[in-house]
Write a protein that binds this ligand. Structure first.
Ligand code: C5P
Length: 220
């Protein structure tokens, strides 16, 4: 079969990562978590004392960190300048700052280039998850999925991942991040016109995976 590119976009907590990894593993495709790349560059900015409220300061160093993504869906990795940052990029501090960093056009240009080159070199194809994959990064993707879910369902799922977190605070943080991601000027979170929208509120993860696998197989 020829290489197949699947773009999976949507707001936080809709099951993008779990779905994308499972679909890629099941179909023998590579997997790219583009949110992890934006988190990694944000982690580097925080670690290096860059004022993330200052877009000019962020833009000036956007090209500095070397960000490497491992694209095996069974064991995805992310490193910055050779250091594995899979753990620290999930901290509440990085989560609260990533939208500001990822809104800077120089950051997006840099990360988008990385994403396109990884997708082009994936032998069997790739499942790429993010916010602007179907609209901007890979507009010619073979299949575009846009996952949605109610804010309540999204907060509950995210809370299941972050042990001991407060549900109300999680919900507020997700809503704030989605609003920032949707309203930025450069490639905001948006559904592509030709994307298939899947509302996952009342679906199990297994049902979402099956739905996407079926859609990919129809395209192959
Ligand atoms: O997917 P995840 O929640 O880890 O993404 C973290 C953040 O990275 C998003 O809230 C958004 O600000 C940014 N992002 C983006 N474009 C993408 C993927 C993520 O701007 N394609």
């Amino acid at each position: 079969a020829p290489a197949v590119i699947v773009a999976i976009d949507g707001p936080a907590g809709t099951g993008k990562s779990s779905t994308s990894k499972a679909v890629a593993a099941q179909l023998g495709l590579s997997y790219l978590d583009t949110g992890a790349q934006y988190r990694a560059i944000t982690w580097w900015m925080v670690n290096n004392g860059i004022d993330i409220a200052d877009p000019t300061a962020v833009a000036a160093v956007a090209g500095k960190p070397e960000i490497v993504s491992g694209t095996d869906p069974k064991a995805p990795t992310i490193s910055v300048d050779g250091t594995d940052v899979s753990g620290p990029i999930r901290s509440p501090e990085v989560s609260s700052k990533v939208s500001a960093v990822s809104a800077v056009p120089e950051v997006r240009a840099r990360i988008t280039e990385l994403q396109r080159s990884l997708a082009a070199s994936a032998e069997n194809g790739m499942v790429v998850e993010g916010r602007d994959i179907g609209t901007t990064v890979l507009p010619d993707a073979d299949l575009k999925i846009f996952l949605t879910a109610s804010p309540e369902a999204r907060a509950a799922r995210r809370n299941g991942e972050l042990k001991g977190a407060d549900l109300h605070a999680t919900r507020e943080a997700l809503i704030k991040r989605d609003a920032a991601d949707s309203s930025r000027k450069t490639s905001p979170l948006a559904k592509a016109d030709d994307a298939v929208e899947v509302d996952t509120t009342d679906l199990t993860l297994q049902q979402v995976i099956e739905c996407v696998v079926t859609l990919v197989e129809e395209k192959r």
